[in-house]
Design a protein around this ligand. Sequence first.
Ligand code: ZN
Length: 245
Amino acid sequence: MIEQLQKIKDAMMQPIYEKRRHLGCEFCGTTFYGHYQKTGLNNVPNGKESPHPTKKGWITAHTYDDVFYPDCPSCLYPLGVREAKEALAVYNHHKEKERQKTERQAKKDAKPVKVSARLTYPNKKAYEDRLNLLAKEPDQMTKHEMMCDYFLDKVFWKKFKRGGRLMMQVRNFTIEKMLHDGRYKSNSGKSTMGYCTPFFIITNIITGKVRRIGVDAVRQHIELEEKYGKNRRNDPKRNFGLPNG
Ligand SMILES: [Zn+2]
């Protein structure tokens, strides 16, 4: 009885395996002729569909238990294979997305890089080249570049490949990178908030004149600390968002 049923089933399935099909790979875009197989990793849909259990508007495509797509002959990866037309559509869609992404990035990279009001570079490449040059030859740094804490920080990172307290010399100036620890405990005292802010002390070694760069960003942290201490639990304005009293 079971043997007979198996025979009927085999007879029904035979045409599925024997039919020559135009297939394709959505990963590499190859199309080829081949047959469905009795074993493999990528099950062929059996035509039945049902609503997706969680995603609204999506459908689940059901598959045969014993009918599989062959591997892609080009990239040998089995999971991207489906009907040629569908595979090409998916492949081209991704290729187009990739092309648009590259194009957007290229446009972005071609735009001027505006670091500050007085510091603009023609494009991203020119900006990167400038940072690389200054990491090797700090003496070439301009006055405006020395006055910008954001830019100085970039040069320090390029030169030393690490953060923290560091020093470099530019002509007759020493530039010290300092860190203001602006971290504090959250209201509950459990998590750490805030961050370390870099600032720079530039000393003219001929005149002894000292100039601080980037202290404005630090001042806010310092003022908060002086008022409430490192722990913001002392801050009366921090009340878990509940009304006072
Ligand atoms: Zn492929």
